[in-house]
Structure formats: structure tokens, C-alpha cells
Design a binder for this molecule. Sequence first.
Ligand code: 8YV
Length: 321
Amino acid sequence: MKSVDVLLSAPMMPLIMDGVAAAFTAHRPWEAKDRDAFLREVGPRIRGIAAGGGHAKIDGRFMDLFPKLEIIANFGVGYDNIDAAEAGRRKVIVTNTPDVLTDEVADLAIGLLLSTIRQLPQAERYLRAGKWLEKNFPLTTTLRGRKVGILGLGRIGKAVAQRVAAFDVPVAYHGRNKQADVPYRYYASLNEMARDVDVLIVVTPGGAGTKNLVNAEVLRNLGPNGILVNVSRGSVVDEPALIQALRDKTILSAGLDVFVDEPRVPAELIAMDHIVLLPHVGSASVHTRNAMGQLVVDNLTAWFAGKGPKTPVAETPWQRR
Ligand code: 8YV
């Protein structure tokens, strides 16, 4: 398939860059002296894009550069970095990396939840600072007796719910629709759920449809014992409202793996010692990132072998153009 030209949107893990280069003629615009001139030159030949790794949004204007584009294979289950509706209008397939990261991200969500509630990073910092020699670490809050609400009961949301339920605490969820065959209580209103629970775990996809869904009112409803965990996208939470709510103790604490302007994290959050902040590591194990990378390569090779995409997104569900 060397006759097929594929663009790597940005530097990516070697597994993807090598896999794409082995199967196709790969193009690496970040190596060009003049990126725009480079894209204008190769653009008319490009039929596939491997996306991810910090490239700016792939929107209609960017797609305009590639009149022969057939497929955009995204590294990540979330694809809010791509205008998939616009791709759909152009009959360009978008693929993502579902399933292979579900358990990893759900595991991380639980780790972050327990770290936040039991202050594990703070306890570790305390030991390392030699403070244990002076007195015991202060007692913490607990998961016992809490109720957990999950925002977004998709694949990852279900895996989180299953894990939380194993800790023997009630689980509820909010999403656009009530789901058949799930044992958890459904709330049609996020505010109502926030009022009834004291842990809110955000797992819903990012993008325009979920922007600032967790706003000042939701945080007020979560209340002074409330803990917010976000492993989805920073955009789902109104970040200034969250900072305010943490400052004035409208909620108790937060465990955040994602932020609005990554990798920049607001100084106000970094200054708060009682919350837990992670550098977007939900899927970031060698095992899982390799599986995700392989799926990017597999989507491209399956498509150009005429077998259809392996994991197309909802906006571009077709097998053929
Ligand atoms: C990122 C993620 O894709 O899958 C997702 O949606 O958030 C992550 O796995 C990863 O950070 C690569 O950029």
C-alpha cells in the first residue's frame, strides 16, 4: 500500500509512526521547514490521516487541504479534537480507539477517587517529608456511607460503575437516556442526581454537547461533602466555577485527570494541597497505549485493504464511502 499517502498529524508513539511508515508513504509535517507549504504540496495526495498527539483541531478548514481524504484514524477514544460531523458531511470516515482502554481508564478513575477521598498523595508526601516521626497523618474522609453518581454511562462509565458497586456503595447515573439492563438508578436531571450523591464521577465524552455541563449549580448541589472526579475532558467542567467551589468549600475536594487547556493547569488548582491532580494519565500504561496505537494502524490498513474501518465513530458509521 505504498501508493497510499498518509499524513501523521503530529509526532506520535513509535508504534504508530513505524506502523504507518511500514504500510504507507508517511508524511511528517512537523519535520518540514515550512509546514504550511509542505501541507499544500502533499495535501492533494493525502488519503489518510493518523491524528492525535497534540495537533490542533482537525476541522473543515484543515480537511480542505486534503481533497482525496478518505479516513482520519484518531489516537484516543475521545475525538473532540476532530470535527466528526464535518468529516461525515464529506464522507470521510473517522475512527477512534474504543474498548482497548476501557478497563485502564476505569481502574485509574477508582485510583483517583480513593486517592482523593483518603488523601493518598498527601499522606505519601507527609511520610517523605519526615513528618510521620513527629505525629500521625491526620484522619481523612471516607468512601463509606457515600453515594456515587456517574455522569455518562457509556463503555467507560459502565466499567467505573461496576468497580464502584464492588466497593458496596450505591451507584446512580445521568445521561441523555435511561438504559435498559443496568442495575443503577437513573436520573434524567444532573442537578437532581448531584443533590442526591456526594461523589460525582465525570466520564461523558467532551465536545460542544457536554461543554460546562458540570457548572456552578451542579457543584452547589453536590454540596459541602461533595467530591468531583473527572477522567473525561476538562471541557465538561466549568473550570473557573470549580476553582471557586473548591475555594469557598461549596464542595469538599476534587480528583482531576483532565483540564481545559492541557498541559497547562490553572495555578489556583496547583496551589490547593487538598485536591489530587494527575497529568491526563487515564489510558497511559505501556500495555494500553500500545493497544490504542495498534488500533490506529489497524484502522488505516483495514480501510485501505478494502475491508472497511474497524472502529468508526457514531458520526461516520458506514463501511464504504
Ligand atoms: C488520549 C484520551 O487520547 O482516549 C482518550 O480519549 O483521553 C487519551 O487516551 C491520549 O492522551 C492521547 O493523546
